[in-house]
Design a binder for this molecule. Structure first.
Ligand code: OOB
Length: 578
């Protein structure tokens, strides 16, 4: 394999730094873009040799006093609001970067970041970008089993958390994980640190020392690891470079018309790829715009912020978009500044899509994206039928789209098949996952999205279904195998199969079919859910429903027929009128 690189750096790093702590050649970490493609993407002007560290420095130099981040804090009356200018964010990122280096966190090191929507998220992430350490973006909902895996698998040097978020004490989780993962040298806490280190104690006063000592990563090197929604036992990690991700921001900004006058409300968890980059908080910062952080996405929190801060665009998953359209009718808040509502992460029904403009008075933009890369948008000036009836078209002329049958043969336009894609911001392989890469990518580098789509004559994609073993619970992805493994850990369980069931609000929920061991202690559904929750995993992954059965239906080749199980639970729900 010629295109496999080691660590956050490359073998040919001009300054001779390695910093990842790995002997060269020890383990393939990520599959780089083949040289001919990299050249093509540079020649086309997609990759412009920018890095996140320099991007923020440039914006801060151009307009130091413009507001970059608004964090409303916990007080609903606005009294705890923090407003950081570009100059302030830049300075903070420098001081934090210098502090991280002083702690021994440097280039190529992995740092699991699990922060809610707070200003510190950006201070930490830009500091990590600057030193070339790789943030691993955990979601606030993740618990012991996910965090332990991220820290152990990435051999993380540090883990960054809030003290308490959503009533959950992350410091205790961090203590448990720290005792289990020997590489984890630092736990940094936004707020009261308890037994760990306060984030506020990390920055060093002399930011200039950092600048002089460190030139930062190269544009073609890794910027961070994003999580895959996945369909396997444990989430896979997605390595994104500065060049490719920044191109996706620039492309998104152009399509969503984000400029320095825009105000982006980050209502979804900031670490997720959608609010991070489509066009998201990073797109907004790239444009010199303003980012407003919502601690929760519900209308009671978000609507007052839209009025007070003059929010112009935001992104939501379909269930929240439904809640917003309903709440807008009776709200006392003035939402007239809102120009664009992006909806994605899961299929938005045409019926719901039609309600957005009349209810919220803004343009709907459907987004069909994936953390692995490819992002499709409907365009702001598209006819209504395209906006409500498709999931958009790719950002870039460099995005290659194939719709194929089960044997990878291209299908005629209009036929439904598997979506494969390759392009200037789509990864060529997961991080440290050669076995998965052999099946998730074609030999010529197309990513198998697992989505079943149809291409229209005008080049728009309509998502028709999914071939991957995953449940899309209103935008939150649940890998069936991961949950099946948790269920199988129960001593009374012989076999388990997790499938989706239709749900009017979330689109899909999870249903676990379970076969108990012969002669085993009987278990009830509630007890099994409690057992699964007790294993320490994100709440949204606990099955919504458990069905006990004697045996699973089989396919022709003797595998569990999930199709039959999905049909069975859908029929059962329909029979009960739910
Ligand atoms: C976004 O990213 P992920 O990585 O959490 O999930 C990607 C998967 C897609 O492969 C597809 O199965 C599903 O989520 N999906 C949609 C969709 N948008 C995403 N399915 C139907 N309709 C849509 N509009 O979810 C993500 C990343 C960037 C922007 C937006 C969403």
């Amino acid at each position: 394999m010629t295109n496999v690189q080691d660590g956050g750096g490359t073998a040919a790093d001009p300054r001779g730094r390695t910093g990842s702590g790995h002997a060269p050649g020890h383990q393939p970490e990520f599959v780089a873009y083949p040289a001919e493609f990299a050249e093509r993407y540079r020649a086309a002007g997609y990759w412009r040799g920018e890095t996140f560290g320099r991007m923020l420095r440039d914006r801060a130099a151009a307009h130091p006093d413009r507001i970059a981040i608004v964090d409303p804090g916990p007080a609903p009356d606005g009294s705890t609001t923090r407003r950081w200018t570009y100059g302030e964010l830049d300075g903070r990122a420098d001081r934090m970067a210098a502090g991280l280096l002083a702690l021994g966190v440097g280039k190529g090191d992995r740092v699991v970041v699990q922060l809610p929507n707070v200003a510190e998220f950006f201070e930490v992430v830009f500091a990590l970008f600057r030193v070339g350490a790789l943030p691993v973006f955990a979601l606030p909902a993740h618990r012991d089993s996910e965090i332990r895996h991220f820290c152990a698998f990435t051999e993380a040097a540090a883990y960054v958390i809030p003290d308490v978020a959503g009533g959950y004490d992350h410091r205790e989780l961090a203590s448990r994980v720290r005792s289990e993962v020997p590489t984890l040298r630092h736990v940094l806490v936004a707020g009261d640190p308890g037994p760990h280190t306060a984030l506020a104690d990390v920055p060093t006063a002399d930011a200039g020392a950092f600048d002089a000592a460190y030139a930062g990563p190269e544009p073609h090197e890794l910027a961070f690891l994003q999580l895959s929604g996945g369909s396997t036992g444990v989430p896979k990690l997605i390595p994104r470079t500065h060049d490719d991700y920044i191109y996706s921001l620039r492309g998104s900004n152009e399509i969503c018309r984000v400029d320095e006058h825009s105000v982006y409300l980050c209502a979804l968890p900031a670490a997720h790829n959608f609010p991070l980059s489509s066009p998201g908080t990073l797109g907004a910062l790239y444009a010199g715009a303003r980012v407003v952080l919502a601690p929760r996405p519900s209308p009671d929190v978000a609507f007052p912020l839209i009025e007070r801060e003059g929010v112009t665009l935001t992104g939501l998953v379909p269930p929240l978009a439904l809640v917003w359209t309903e709440a807008a009718a009776a709200t006392p808040y003035d939402l007239s500044s809102l120009e664009v509502l992006l909806v994605g992460g899961a299929k938005f029904s045409e019926e719901a899509a039609r309600r957005v403009r009349p209810a919220l008075g803004c343009t709907l933009q459907q987004v069909f994206g994936m953390a692995e890369g490819l992002v499709n948008y409907t365009r702001l000036d598209d006819p209504e039928e395209i906006i409500v009836g498709t999931q958009g078209r790719p950002i870039s002329p460099g995005d290659e789209i194939r719709v194929v049958d089960d044997e990878d043969r291209d299908l005629p336009v209009g036929e439904t098949g598997h979506l494969l894609t390759r392009g200037p911001y789509t990864i060529r392989g997961y991080w440290r996952a050669p076995e998965h890469n052999a099946t998730s990518f074609t030999p010529d580098g197309f990513y198998r999205t697992g989505d079943v789509v149809r291409l229209t004559e005008d080049g728009y994609l309509v998502v028709e279904g999914r071939a991957k073993d995953q449940i899309n619970r209103g935008g939150e992805k649940v890998a069936a195998e991961e949950i099946e493994n948790h269920i199988l850990a129960h001593p009374s369980v012989h076999d388990a199969a997790v499938v989706s069931m239709p749900d009017p609000y979330l689109g899909e929920r999870t249903c676990a079919y379970v076969v108990l061991r012969e002669g085993a202690e009987p278990v009830r559904s509630a007890a099994l859910k409690k057992f699964i929750r007790g294993r320490g995993l994100a709440d949204y992954k606990v099955p919504d429903r458990v069905e006990f059965t004697d045996a699973f239906p089989q396919t022709g080749v003797g595998k569990v027929s999930k199709k039959d199980l999905r049909a069975a639970i859908a029929a059962e729900l329909a029979r009960k009128g739910r």
